[in-house]
Design a protein. Structure first.
Length: 232
């Protein structure tokens, strides 16, 4: 956008940082500088084959690589950022954040050998209630940078919102059988990158990985998320 028009627009419609609510100044993108500097980066991309997120994803099926942009903690500025993206009607925020992270991951070879990206699916009911699948928006951000196709590989049955459940109930709720792999869409994919928004216990992703493995045992699977909660 023309910088003069951008300045005029910011006078009329001041841009607010989605994380802290302060006004943003010219040159600040997606969040204010203060929030950007305090973003708790995971650094998982430096060891994508073994990191705390991989510990959460451990199941019968091995995951090739995994990483997440930043750590997630409730009541933090990052939580507000994600809330805006997930429920606050700002789906483009997630796409842009993931684009930013994908740009950092690309030169590290994180996407090497990957054939397609696939968002973790929402059930039809939740999709209608929310209006969009947040993981799909994140997948768009990865695709913007890598050019990889976005493929729908999973179908989800309706289950209660994960956020209202305790860890045990969540694990049961996201257990096997909740996700089904769409066999026809997996043709020709040797290495798939699954995309999710926040990894908490990892149970949702483990269920997805197992469902995919059931249909295509020889396919390799990697995982990328916007945020991951710390293991305490
Ligand atoms: Zn801020």
């Amino acid at each position: 956008m023309n910088p003069i028009i951008e300045s005029l627009l910011s006078l009329l419609y001041p841009r607010v940082c989605p994380a802290c609510g302060e006004l943003m100044v010219e040159g600040e993108r997606l969040m204010c500088l203060k929030c950007r500097l305090s973003l708790p980066l995971t650094g998982f991309e430096r060891s994508p084959q073994w990191n705390p997120m991989m510990e959460k994803l451990m199941c019968r099926v091995p995951v090739e690589r995994c990483s997440a942009y930043f750590h997630y903690r409730r009541e933090s500025p990052q939580a507000r950022l994600i809330h805006r993206f997930k429920y606050g009607g700002q789906p483009s925020l997630g796409r842009e954040l993931m684009k930013e992270y994908a740009l950092a991951l690309k030169p590290l070879g994180f996407f090497d050998g990957i054939d397609a990206v696939s968002p973790v699916s929402l059930s039809f009911v939740r999709l209608v209630l929310r209006g969009y699948n947040q993981s799909y928006r994140l997948a768009c951000g990865v695709s913007d940078v890598t050019g990889l196709p976005i493929v729908r590989t999973l179908r989800a049955a309706h289950h209660r919102s994960q956020t209202r459940l305790g860890a045990d109930a969540r694990a049961r709720n996201s257990g096997r059988g909740v996700y089904r792999a769409l066999r026809d869409n997996l043709d020709g994919i040797d290495h798939l990158l699954l995309i999710d928004d926040i990894v908490t216990t990892g149970s949702t992703l483990r269920a997805c990985v197992e469902a995919l493995h059931l249909e295509r045992p020889e396919m390799r699977i990697s995982v990328l998320a916007l945020a991951s909660t710390r293991l305490d």
